[in-house]
Design a binder for this molecule. Structure first.
Ligand code: BES
Ligand code: MN
Ligand code: MN
Length: 455
């Protein structure tokens, strides 16, 4: 029996197991789900043990992480697989067509929170490795799995584990499936991710909500002020107006520009997929460049005042908003946070008190495109998907990838199994069964291809 035949034979069981994995509401952001997270980690540990891995459930200051190992031979390369079993909050619930933690297959796709980000993708590798073990009795490389429960909350405790466990995590290459394919039926290897920096702005006005007739016009309205400040975060060309924001940003090379010109335009796809009347972004850059190679600043949420039914004529006591900035390599999240803070304080009017919280972040990464590992990944993808992958970057962030390089000295292969329209972080998250199956298949070929690489 070949690994692929084993996959075929176990198709039903495999889907049942994925459904169980998806049923745990492992929402890392919310403390009410602490127990669900722990139960999910526990289930995963046992599942890996059942396949033949030596497992360890590692406690952290936050949510536990799952470490598993399959040692074959010291002389063979060691592959460190990373993924996350935590998921984003499912809200708004009323927009889900089926419950987020009761997985359901509709129209050829598995619907559940985490189906694609990242449980489904992690599981494809686990099942691929299982297939190889069951079909051949072993693995062609040594395998380590690191599956964490805090990726969606910035992997705050993982860097410390990396520093403490350098020996245990020693490997030759990292594999991560937590990104997307380029398009339907066009798989990809991702060689760059953006980083992230986070801030929150609070604007305080009167010591309580007050009547907007009695006081309106005599004191500043925190919401008006905040909106005015937010409006000053970009200039009319769509550039971030924070002084020094671009100081470390490298120009896009002519070579890269040329590569992107070969790709089908992203604008039409964006309009079609997201139903926006036009694309928007920094002047002078294409949509690929805007999403993959240029830093951004976005308000993620804005709060203040009365939003309930009917009218309430008040000047609110405060307003606040959350901000994230996507960074490109060389930009340092701490430096960017300081610059944002300084600018916001500078543009804040004297009529209000403004507090700025910043912190948390990750640098952007690029992986060398000219190594034997990337070629090996490309061969495995071609076998699994029946199509050669393209090389691309992505705009999202996986914080720990930078630490793999800086702490462990390892490059990462980013092999996206999902699609951009899989609704990750959105209602009705999904993972097409076809992509899951092709992912499992790719995962059976990958260890053999990586075994070919002489380090
Ligand atoms: N899987 C995503 C990262 C991603 C998304 C990469 C889309 C490429 C394309 C990951 O789970 C994620 O959501 N990361 C967060 C990181 C943040 C919470 C520090 C992100 O990018 O917002
Ligand atoms: Mn993810
Ligand atoms: Mn995510």
């Amino acid at each position: 029996m070949t690994p692929v035949e084993y996959l075929r034979k176990t198709e039903k069981k495999r889907m049942d197991e994925l459904f169980t994995f998806l049923s745990f509401p492992s929402v890392s952001a919310k403390s009410e789900h602490k127990k669900d997270i722990a139960a999910c980690a526990d289930w995963l540990t046992k599942h890996l043990k059942g396949i033949g891995f030596k497992t360890r459930l590692v406690k952290t200051k936050g949510h536990p992480l799952v470490f598993a190992e399959y040692k074959v031979d010291k002389k063979l390369p060691t592959v460190l697989y990373y993924g996350h079993y935590d998921v984003q909050p499912p809200e708004p619930l009323d927009l889900w067509k089926s419950e987020p933690f009761k997985p359901q297959i509709r129209g050829g796709a598995i619907y559940a929170r985490g189906a694609c980000d990242d449980k489904g993708q992690v599981f494809a590798h686990i099942k691929g490795l299982e297939a190889v073990i069951k079909a051949t009795g072993s693995l062609p490389v040594n395998v380590k799995l690191l599956i964490e429960g805090e990726e969606e909350t910035h992997s705050v405790n993982l860097p410390e584990f990396l520093r403490k466990s350098k020996k245990q995590l020693a490997a030759d290459i990292v594999v991560v499936s937590d990104t997307s394919q380029f398009a339907k039926d066009q798989p990809a290897v991702t060689f760059g991710l953006r980083g992230i920096a986070v801030g929150e702005v609070f604007v305080y006005g009167p010591n309580r909500d007050v009547h907007s007739g009695t006081y309106g016009g005599t004191i500043a309205n925190p919401i008006n002020v905040l909106c005015d400040m937010v409006a000053q975060l970009h200039d009319k060309n769509g550039k971030v107006a924070v002084p020094g924001f671009y100081s470390k940003v490298k120009q896009i090379t002519p070579w890269l520009r040329k590569q992107y010109k070969k790709l089908p335009s992203r604008d039409a796809r964006l309009k079609q997929e997201l139903k926006v009347p036009a694309v928007h972004g920094e002047k002078g850059y294409s949509s690929y460049e805007r999403a993959w190679d240029r830093p951004t600043l976005d308000v993620n949420g804005i709060t203040g005042g009365y939003q309930g039914e009917g009218a309430k004529t008040i000047i609110p006591a405060y307003a606040s908003c959350k901000i994230t900035m996507r960074l490109v390599p060389n930009q340092d999240p701490n430096d960017i946070c300081r610059k944002l803070e300084r600018y916001l304080k500078k543009i804040a009017p004297k009529s209000v008190r403004v507090k700025v919280d910043t912190g948390g972040g990750a640098k952007g990464v690029v992986v060398p495109t000219d190594g034997p590992w990337l070629d090996a990944a490309a061969r495995a993808i071609e076998k699994g998907f029946g199509k050669k992958p393209v090389f691309m970057k992505e705009g999202g962030s996986i914080p720990i990838v930078v630490d793999f390089k800086e702490v462990l000295g390892l490059d990462t292969l980013l092999i996206g199994l999902g699609q951009n329209d899989d609704n990750i972080h959105s209602p009705n998250e999904r993972f097409r069964v076809r992509d899951f199956e092709r992912g499992c298949k790719t995962a059976t070929f990958l260890p053999f291809e990586l075994a070919e690489v002489k380090g």
